[in-house]
Design a binder for this molecule. Structure first.
Ligand SMILES: Cc1cn([C@H]2C[C@H](O)[C@@H](COP(=O)(O)OP(=O)(O)OP(=O)(O)O)O2)c(=O)[nH]c1=O
Length: 196
């Protein structure tokens, strides 16, 4: 069995990977999240790979382990009307994002990068993006402000967390719920079961 390393500081990603039964280490990347891609599905793949590669380098001394290792990186963005929404910079930015998202549908993309090393140190890179469509109810200005006051938006792409108070404003979703929270675990399971 290969050692699994999650290249993420996100508590949600840790909880989700643990939820499906894996034991893993967490090593975070401090790389600045800059990208060249223009399409959301490419941006999230690029950033997931950046995080996974950085952690692969940081943990390179483990390479000689008996069974090899697997590094998992992920990145989530919201795409609405051609705009990419990452984490809000401040409360005003969060309000702008939520005003745009309310009463409409948007896409959440999570990119996953899995870097596998076998016991000889041979590398294999798997990169994929998962899309989920999310429909948000019409919200009043007061509802937006009271949601921002919870503090929930600030560390989340698109300024909301489907798993928290914002659940009150989700009309429906089309696709993997866990992808919206930040880790498409059924996709990851399919990769890990082959590679472990
Ligand atoms: C849309 C949405 C996003 N999010 C979160 C998932 C991600 O943690 C975050 C997007 O930021 P990311 O940059 O993808 O991840 P991160 O900085 O939290 O963690 P790391 O880079 O170390 O892996 O938004 C939710 O928790 N709920 C939601 O409904």
């Amino acid at each position: 069995m290969k050692k699994i390393i999650l290249a993420s500081g996100s508590p949600r990603r840790r909880e989700l990977l643990a939820q499906i039964g894996y034991t893993f280490e967490v090593v975070t990347s401090e790389k600045e999240e800059v990208y060249q891609s223009t399409e959301p599905q490419e941006i999230v793949k690029e950033l997931a790979l950046l995080k996974a590669k950085d952690v692969a380098e940081k943990t390179a001394s483990d390479r000689e382990e008996d069974c090899g290792r697997i590094i998992i990186g992920a990145d989530t963005v919201v795409a609405h009307e051609g705009k990419i929404l990452g984490k809000p910079k401040d409360k005003e930015d969060a309000a702008r994002m939520l005003e745009a998202l309310q009463g409409d549908a948007h896409d959440v993309y999570t990119g996953v990068a899995v870097i596998c090393y076998d016991k000889e140190g041979q590398e294999e890179v798997i990169s994929h993006a998962v899309q989920t469509k999310v429909y948000v109810d019409v919200m009043t200005e007061e509802e937006i402000q009271s949601y921002i006051a919870t503090g929930e938006p600030m560390d989340k792409a698109g300024a909301y967390g489907i798993q928290g108070r914002f659940a009150a404003h989700i009309a429906k979703i089309d696709g993997d719920y866990y992808n919206v929270v930040g880790l498409p675990v059924s996709y990851i399971y399919k990769v890990l079961r082959e590679k472990i």
